[in-house]
Design a binder for this molecule. Structure first.
Ligand code: FPP
Length: 245
């Protein structure tokens, strides 16, 4: 099995996934787009399970972007319903596997029922530390950065921050992701090779992995393959190979 090839000492700490291709998967099969999203939830469960098995500490999934609010009402409603039912269904599993759920994004915009369920699951799992699973919901990186700039500016104005001390950590602490480490491995399914406004600050030194599988077709083995590929790369963080030795 591919997993055996993996070096357990070099598992990426933070994996982020742009789960793309649900609409195309459904279209290829002659189904409505929302069936593709429904199928996508089964892949979410498999990938979460695989990350727990592998010892990935942080998994962040791009489930709904700020731009996705422009989709047809029917698709938005179906996605919200799916999110609600998944949160309800998966709570026991999160207890079993000690998964801590969090969310990033402008979650205030989500429907009341979803917000309430999300808060319930976040609260019920807040003390777990096996896998920190973060859902990016109504998330846009530019909006996140704009919010951070506003908060920091306000603090500078109120003399709470000295402008000369602003550094990476100042920015980090004002982002939705202030509790998360930088992304190590960013995966996008479906063959598209774009970032689409996802964690622009946090992926500064992430390894990018694009694969052709539509999200529903992305299996545990494909995840192992992505991690295997990650493990073969030299992460220099701006230094030379010699300096790393
Ligand atoms: C992108 O595919 C996918 C989404 C916008 C939604 C992702 C949602 C899920 C996988 C299911 C719900 C998630 C959770 C966490 C329960 P697309 O619709 O843009 O596909 P296309 O590019 O083929 O049209």
């Amino acid at each position: 099995m591919t997993e055996l090839k993996l070096d357990k000492s070099k598992i990426p700490k933070h994996v982020a996934i742009i789960m793309d291709g649900n609409g195309r998967w459904a279209k290829n099969k002659g189904f409505k787009r929302v069936i593709g999203h429904e199928k996508g939830t089964t892949t979410v469960n498999k990938i979460v399970e695989a990350c727990v098995e592998l010892g990935v500490e942080y998994l962040t999934l791009f489930a709904f972007s700020t731009e996705n609010w422009q989709r047809p009402k029917y698709e938005i409603n179906s996605l919200m319903k799916l999110l609600l039912s998944s949160l309800r269904k998966e709570l026991n599993n999160m207890h079993d596997k000690k998964i801590k759920l969090s969310a990033i994004g402008n979650t205030a915009k989500l429907p009341e029922k979803v917000k309430k369920q999300l808060e319930e699951v976040k609260d019920a799992t807040k003390n777990y530390d096996k896998l920190k699973l973060t859902l990016a919901l109504s998330y846009g990186s530019r909006e996140e950065i704009i919010n951070a700039v506003k908060k920091i500016s306000q603090k500078v104005k109120n003399n709470l921050i000295d402008i000369n001390t602003i550094d990476d950590s100042t920015i980090n602490t004002h982002l939705y992701t202030h509790n998360l480490p930088d992304v190590d491995l960013l995966i996008r399914t479906s063959g598209e090779q774009r970032i689409s406004n996802f964690m622009l600050w946090q992926i500064a030194y992430a390894e990018l992995y694009f694969c052709k599988e539509l999200y529903y077709d992305f299996t545990k083995e494909h995840l192992f393959e992505a991690i295997n590929n990650f493990q073969k790369r030299e992460r220099r963080f701006g230094k030379t190979s010699e300096q790393l030795k």
